[in-house]
Ligand binder design. Structure first.
Ligand SMILES: [Zn+2]
Length: 445
């Protein structure tokens, strides 16, 4: 578990969230498990550095993690098992693998998986054993450098659990195999994760789970692409790691989702400068259109939950939206449809066609339930966006309204140059004016 989840993690959570939401929307029942690694080498080191227990560190990290996923609007999983609460399951699996000769204990109390005993090793990542890299520090007790630890013998100062091989702790890969079988059975339908986990983590999960079983671990693997900054990978050493907390201080969490959807989940996503702000502006356009529809309807439509959002007779828009999502969750194309519908909504609002506007509003609400968008009331969202922009501009509402009044005076005097100067000065401060039939409105650009 990392010190603070970053936008790369957010992409993985949002990718999984969209899949869950879509399945729910189509009327399926979903059991969604997301597990916590609450013991590993990194956490042991960090807890020691901070002079706290690994359990205390895990508690704090899990709370921070929950706050972060809430910021990007992810649905809570059905189960959120923690590794340290499932040690018994992991020992059971290790015992079985040792009994079958697929794994072996070493004198220091560790247990290793014999990768050469599993013919399918490398099938997920399409690698041959001969081409796989091995770590720099190889335990001399390993039979083969590619073998990986199911169980790690106790080292001084580390948290440990009793096992048939002496005190120790589980290896990272083992928890996923043990807990997924417990909560989902084997095979289960879909296993997700970032593409950086394909090898060795997911490959090792498959080996552990399939070595003595006659069925696969999962029927389908869904891996999302990584995030890049220009030509650079996001990495701590380059100092370009953007945390979810920082990103969502700058823009609403839904804007981050919108940015993600612009690129197919499997492809790498370039998080170039200005893209967050661009996504925030697109999100505002959507909310502005919803607010117009609400004005026309005389009430605000509440957001709907994803469950069943795409069942029953569907409008032509929703039919097309669903077909697009059926095509490997092509959210980029689905988003294009959403923006087409947004333009239609604006046109129907221009024409004061109330029933057409409400139909478009309903379409967008349902699509939003699948994409995790429009969870806020449009008026409240736009207010918040305005105050964020105002904070950036450093202007109070009274100051902006006074400037608008001064501009209107100038226009009445037909002093258009003065009026333009006021408008331009506000624009430079990030406040944009629009002259609507009902008067001048402003927004933060
Ligand atoms: Zn895993």
């Amino acid at each position: 578990m990392y010190s603070r989840t970053h936008v790369g993690h957010a992409r993985a959570f949002v990718s999984a969230d969209v899949l869950v939401r879509y399945l729910l929307a189509r009327g399926l029942r979903v059991t969604f498990v997301r597990n916590f690694t609450d013991i590993d080498d990194k956490m042991i080191r960090r807890a020691a550095d901070e002079g706290i227990t690994v359990a205390a560190l895990a508690e704090r990290e899990i709370a921070a993690f929950h706050a972060d996923v809430r910021r990007v609007g992810c649905l809570p999983p059905t189960h959120e098992p923690r590794a340290t609460e499932h040690i018994v399951l992991m020992l059971d699996l290790s015992r079985t693998l040792v009994a079958q000769g697929v794994a072996y204990p070493t004198p220091d109390g560790s247990v290793y998986f014999r990768v050469r005993r599993f013919a399918g090793y490398g099938k997920l990542s399409h690698r041959r054993l001969e081409d796989m890299e091995v770590g720099e520090e190889i335990d001399p007790a390993k039979e083969d450098p590619h073998d990986f630890a199911l169980w790690k013998g106790a080292k001084p100062g580390e948290p440990t659990w009793e096992s048939p091989w002496g005190p120790g702790r589980p290896g990272w890969h083992l928890e996923c195999s043990a807990m997924s079988a417990h909560y989902l059975g084997q095979p289960f339908d879909v296993h997700g994760g970032g593409s950086d986990l394909v090898f060795p983590h997911h490959e090792n999960e498959i080996a552990q789970s399939e070595a003595v079983a006659s069925v696969p671990l999962a029927d389908l693997w869904v891996h999302n692409g990584m995030i890049t900054f220009g030509s650079d990978k996001m990495s701590k050493s380059l100092g370009n790691v953007l945390s979810i907390a920082d990103a969502t201080d700058r823009v609403p969490g839904e804007a981050l989702r919108l940015l993600f959807y612009g690129t197919h989940y499997r492809a790498p996503l370039d998080f170039g400068p200005g893209r967050l702000e661009e996504a925030a502006r697109s999100l505002e356009r959507l909310y502005e259109a919803l607010a117009r529809a609400d004005d026309l309807a005389g009430r605000s439509l509440a957001p709907i939950p994803p469950a069943g959002a795409l069942t029953g007779p569907l409008s032509p828009f929703l039919e097309e939206f669903a077909a697009t999502m059926d095509d490997d969750l092509n959210a980029a194309k689905a988003l294009g449809l959403v923006f087409d519908r947004l333009r239609e909504l604006n046109r129907t609002c221009d024409a004061a066609d109330r029933s057409a506007a409400l139909a478009a509003r309903d379409d967008l609400t349902r699509a939003g339930a699948v994409l995790g968008l429009f969870a806020e009331a449009p008026a409240a969202f736009l207010d918040a966006a305005r105050s964020r922009g105002q904070r950036r501009a450093g202007l109070t509402t009274a100051e902006i309204e006074a400037a608008i009044a001064a501009r209107n005076d100038a226009r009445h005097r037909k002093d258009f140059r003065a009026a333009d100067t006021i408008r331009e000065r506000l624009r430079e401060q990030g406040i944009l004016l629009e002259d609507a039939p009902t008067g001048t409105v402003w927004r933060a650009g």
